[in-house]
Design a binder for this molecule. Structure first.
Ligand SMILES: Cc1cc2nc3c(=O)[nH]c(=O)nc-3n(C[C@H](O)[C@H](O)[C@H](O)COP(=O)(O)OP(=O)(O)OC[C@H]3O[C@@H](n4cnc5c(N)ncnc54)[C@H](O)[C@@H]3O)c2cc1C
Length: 344
């Protein structure tokens, strides 16, 4: 008999669930509040440029299985960013290498290709622009209600994959009188996330540097990460530069609601000083993305995470696995998906 599974969130973890349910008697329906899929591994297009304004690349390191998996999904447009990641310190000193090893995978058409290809291969149904507001346990299964008041279901199981604070909100709005819900909610609510405001700076000239990106390992510089999107094929036209600047959490929280123009002025000035190039104070256009829930700071206890699974309520995502990486979230989704499909 076919089991019907609802997955809230179509990021790496959500499509991982769908992937694990391939070739099993399971029908997966993904719901995402965004207009497209892929969550924090996001790509945007503007003024002839394409840029990944959340996750920058997939770096599974020495994990041969995941590398092989990317090939299986289709290697057309799959690219390794060849230039290295260097570091900068609190004083703005730039140094070679951080030894992150292995390929840095993305796609010429943007990092969203990963989730899109997994979803297509899994043939899962997706409802985008559908924000789930609450769900309820009824005699015939789980029913989900979106913010337009439409109800979906019943489903045999539901998997929640939004960042922990958003999953906690959903659990708080759940109708199910059972102590497992209280235990799960308390455990999810305790998982912290850090905030990152990403600011994009475009310039009508090229930057000649020996690195793709700079990262600040001591976490004492207001710029946490800075990368050159033109190092990715088909992202930035020749003769132009597009910097992705991810600000440190303290700066990001303090400036989260500041209008883009003044926030971008401040960021461009910091970048010009860091790269010792006064031209960088004046980008010709800018863009931004506030990631209130960017990266998990902790993870959920495994037993708490699984406490309601026998009633068909699951959680998955980077915060369940304990590391904010695309391939880790995906792998966690696959692991949970195998349990949902009864394969473990
Ligand atoms: C700025 C930044 C840089 C990063 N850089 C890297 C990097 O270079 N490499 C790397 O590997 N990782 C990086 N990461 C981390 C990586 O993006 C995440 O770990 C991974 O994408 C998490 O996937 P997920 O499926 O767990 O969650 P998400 O991608 O957050 O997916 C959850 C989905 O749930 C949806 N959702 C939320 N609430 C609801 C609701 N009520 N109803 C319906 N849908 C809902 C969201 O729209 C979202 O699509 C970065 C993250 C950020 C923010």
């Amino acid at each position: 008999m076919t089991r019907h599974i609802a997955v809230v969130g179509a990021g790496a973890a959500g499509v991982g669930v769908a992937d694990a349910c391939r070739d099993t008697p399971t029908e997966v329906t993904l719901f995402d509040k965004a207009s497209g899929i892929s969550g924090r591994a996001a790509t945007r297009r503007k003024n002839g440029c394409r840029y990944d304004h959340g996750a920058n690349y997939i770096n599974p390191g020495g994990d041969a299985w995941v590398d092989g998996f990317l090939d299986d999904l289709g290697s057309d447009g799959l690219v390794d960013i060849e230039l290295p990641v260097w570091t900068h310190d609190a004083d703005g000193g730039i140094a070679e290498g951080r030894g992150d090893g292995g390929p840095k995978w993305t796609y010429a058409r943007g990092i969203t290709q990963f989730a899109k290809r997994v979803r297509t291969r899994a043939a899962a149904t997706v409802h985008t622009e559908t924000r789930i507001e609450s769900f309820a346990r009824e005699s015939d299964g789980w029913t989900l209600t979106d913010t337009d008041g439409e109800s979906h279901g019943p489903f045999d199981a539901v998997v929640l994959t939004p960042p922990a604070p958003q999953t906690a909100d959903l659990l708080a709005a759940t109708e199910w009188s059972d102590e497992r819900l209280d235990r799960l909610h308390a455990a999810v609510d305790a998982v912290g996330f850090r905030t990152i405001r990403a600011v994009l700076l475009h310039y009508p000239f090229e930057l000649d540097r020996p690195w793709y990106a700079l990262v600040n390992p001591d976490r004492e510089h207001p710029v946490g990460w800075l990368s050159r999107e033109e190092c990715k094929p088909e992202h930035v036209p020749d003769g132009e530069s597009l910097l992705v600047v991810q600000m440190a959490p303290d700066w990001s929280v303090e400036h989260y609601d500041e209008p883009l123009d003044s926030a971008a002025d401040a960021v461009a000035s910091l970048v010009a000083t860091l790269l010792d190039d006064v031209r960088l104070t004046e980008p010709d256009w800018v863009d931004d993305q506030g990631w209130r829930y960017a990266l998990p700071e902790s993870s959920i206890d495994a037993a708490d995470a699984r406490c309601a699974e026998d009633a068909g309520l699951y959680v998955a995502g980077d915060w369940v696995a304990g590391e904010g990486r695309v391939h880790v979230a995906f792998e966690n989704g696959r692991t949970v998906g195998r349990r949902v499909a009864g394969q473990e």
